[in-house]
Design a protein around this ligand. Structure first.
Ligand SMILES: NC(=O)c1ccc[n+]([C@@H]2O[C@H](COP(=O)([O-])OP(=O)(O)OC[C@H]3O[C@@H](n4cnc5c(N)ncnc54)[C@H](O)[C@@H]3O)[C@@H](O)[C@H]2O)c1
Ligand SMILES: [Zn+2]
Length: 379
């Protein structure tokens, strides 16, 4: 296998490399990564790994890379896993140009180079895009009174979605992959653009593609110094310093936390899969942010005040969204091995073994949102 991982120095990319380089028949791995400073507070990965002659690291953004160099790299590869993206949902709402360049323009540059490099020879080629559950906006709900499914509703009573027909509470249900998309942040829009471009070019040329909509990925190796993503990491950094864990809204909002090992397995399954499609990568089970915070607080013996419900709300945040993985299990033969709590236990164990010397900047990230009217407190 000869493979290009864009964004391969990031959390998911470097974990995929570590897990697969010796297990699979890997001849060559190219990484194109701009090493965004907010993700890469240290460059330890390269110091430790880039001596492997099978790995060639290109320190550049995709969109900034010389076109001929990009084409040469692609010509030498049979698979592309496109992971490169800026990933801060809140931050994307005020750094629009940056998010559009790093996510949309970069994908355009990649897709412009692919047909030139592969020159009509698409038979054994594979293109995988890491997308996000963010493209749905709110997930799918069911109204028990109207007896019907409601896709990504915008009607809410303070926190919880209500049925726009009868006004009753809606019950969250797993979100199938064919649910109408409803991007509610610039980040989500850029991920949806990536999806559209990958589908349009792949279908036009006959390239096999997989679009993997990751839910909330977490686990060992996550960038600890990036305050713009990763609620679990924020909790751990604060718990380590015995600072209270601030939980947004009333704490009952749920997320589908999927463990990194399961995400790695999904990418590998997609590389081996012979059909094209869009797939949800999550556990299918939602867990409340409050419950996850309490789990962390208990692990660090933080006592009764360890978790504080703040009423804070980020504009554009959703209430519930969990993955319906029917299509994923059918086509990719993939099934998650970890529940959120089992994964979290492993993550905490790993975290406690790290020498953590990064500051917890989550309050700075919150204040940036407040200053721009994108963070509100509703008690
Ligand atoms: N981690 C999650 O919870 C999650 C959830 C849903 C989707 N995703 C998607 O998975 C992918 C990987 O996420 P991750 O958690 O590994 O993020 P990450 O931030 O750890 O890694 C992304 C990498 O891409 C690089 N990068 C960003 N823009 C680039 C560009 N234009 N050109 C070259 N390099 C660039 C960054 O330097 C970084 O190393 C992203 O596309 C993200 O949108 C992640
Ligand atoms: Zn109803």
């Amino acid at each position: 296998m000869r493979i290009l991982l864009t964004g391969g120095a990031g959390f998911i990319g470097r974990t995929w490399i570590r897990e697969n380089i010796d297990k699979r028949d890997v001849d060559k791995i190219y990484i194109i990564d701009s090493l965004l400073p907010q993700v890469h507070t240290t460059q330890d990965f390269f110091m430790n790994n880039c001596e492997d002659s099978r790995i060639e690291f290109v320190h550049s953004s995709i969109q900034g890379l010389d076109k001929n160099r990009l084409i040469d790299i692609l010509r030498d590869c049979d698979s592309v896993v496109h992971l490169a993206s800026d990933t801060g949902v809140g931050q994307s709402m005020y750094e629009l140009v940056r998010y559009t360049e790093n996510n949309v323009v970069a994908t355009a540059a990649l897709l412009e180079a692919i047909p030139v490099a592969w020159d009509g020879n698409f038979l054994n080629k594979r293109l995988i895009l890491s997308s996000s559950r963010a493209v749905y906006g709110e997930g799918a709900y069911f109204c028990d009174s109207c007896k019907g499914t409601v896709d990504n509703t915008d009607s809410k009573d303070k926190w919880d979605p209500i049925c726009s027909t009868c006004g009753n509470w809606l019950r969250p249900i797993p979100t199938p992959v064919d649910t109408r998309t409803n991007a509610s942040s610039i980040y989500a829009s850029t991920k949806l653009s990536q999806e559209h471009m990958v589908q349009q070019i792949s279908k036009a040329l006959g390239i096999r593609y997989s679009i993997l909509r990751f839910f909330n990925v977490f686990g060992p190796g996550q960038a600890l110094g990036n305050p713009y993503t990763g609620i679990m990491t924020t909790f751990l950094l604060r718990a380590m310093q015995m600072k209270p864990l601030y939980v947004f809204e009333d704490g009952c909002q749920t997320r589908d936390f999927v463990f990194i090992d399961d995400v790695i397995a999904a990418i590998t399954s997609a590389l081996d899969c012979n059909v094209s499609g869009i797939y949800n990568i999550g556990t299918g089970i939602g867990i409340s942010i409050q419950d996850m915070a309490r789990l962390v607080s208990a692990e660090f013996d933080m006592g009764p005040d360890g978790v504080q419900i703040t009423g804070r709300h980020r504009v554009g945040d959703i209430r519930h969204c969990t993955a319906d993985i029917t299509a994923t299990t059918r086509d990719l033969n993939w099934y998650p091995q970890y529940t959120a709590t089992a994964g979290m236990t492993k993550y905490i164990k790993w975290f406690k073994q790290q020498t953590v010397n990064v500051a917890d900047d989550s309050e700075k990230a919150w204040q940036e949102l407040v200053q721009r009217g994108l963070g509100k407190t509703m008690l």
